[in-house]
Design a protein around this ligand. Structure first.
Ligand code: C5P
Length: 218
């Protein structure tokens, strides 16, 4: 299926380290959709605050996001525990969310065939997306996953600290007033504790194919 001149959008939401990035990237590659990690945007905004300590944080972030080259974000290490912690703090602020929402909305207008992952994609950013996925797994599995990644750059990191940080971040993301993490009514659950990568892609593909057929025929 080629989406030339057609629109097809997928939203992927879920808690921290639930495997949503992996799932979203795999499905994007398979169906040639432009991929965006909105978490990276929150992480980049935090990085800017930590690095430049601007007096007016909102004005500074706004300026930086107006000329943001998303590809460059992959060259910065945005997955440090300090950045993760600040990201969930600034994500509570409506002023920050408005700036990042604008960036994501522009992305989805520019790339009509796209897949965005985050916390509020199916509820706020792409409410009309063709397929909505909600990723989940136990906190223990998520923590093991994140611990393995962080251990590569910091050998001293402790599993219990990683797990605690994930739990705090998830609670904050679920309980906040602005755009909390929640499962959209239409979202399909993807339990990454039960599925390996191959099975995850197979399950996601099944729902994608179904929607493609419904929308565009074979
Ligand atoms: O997805 P990731 O864990 O990289 O996101 C980092 C933080 O950014 C989250 O804990 C959350 O507070 C915030 N975020 C958000 N809305 C999104 C994506 C991320 O609030 N759509």
């Amino acid at each position: 299926m080629k989406f030339k001149n057609k629109t097809f959008q997928i939203s992927c939401d879920g808690g921290a380290a639930t495997g949503k990035s992996t799932g979203a990237k795999m499905i994007s590659r398979k169906y040639k959709l432009k991929f965006l990690s909105s978490g990276l945007l929150y992480r980049y905004a935090s990085y800017l605050i930590i690095k430049f300590k601007p007096k007016n944080e909102i004005k500074f972030i706004k300026q930086k996001f107006n000329k943001l080259n998303y590809k460059k974000l992959n060259k910065i290490n945005l997955h440090t525990p300090k950045i993760s912690e600040l990201s969930s703090k600034i994500a509570k602020k409506n002023t920050v969310r408005v700036i990042l929402k604008k960036y994501q909305k522009n992305f989805s207008k520019k790339y009509k065939n796209c897949c965005i992952e985050g916390r509020d994609i199916s509820t706020k950013i792409l409410p009309d997306s063709d397929v909505k996925f909600f990723f989940k797994c136990s906190l223990n599995i998520a923590a093991k996953r994140r611990y393995k990644e962080l251990k590569r750059v910091n050998r001293k990191i402790k599993f219990q600290d990683v797990k605690k940080a994930l739990r705090i971040r998830n609670i904050s993301d679920i309980k906040r007033k602005n755009s909390p993490l929640l499962k959209h009514n239409d979202a399909v659950s993807i339990d990454t504790g039960k599925l390996d990568k191959k099975a995850m892609l197979a399950k996601m593909s099944k729902f994608v194919e179904k929607e493609i057929n419904k929308k565009y025929g074979n």
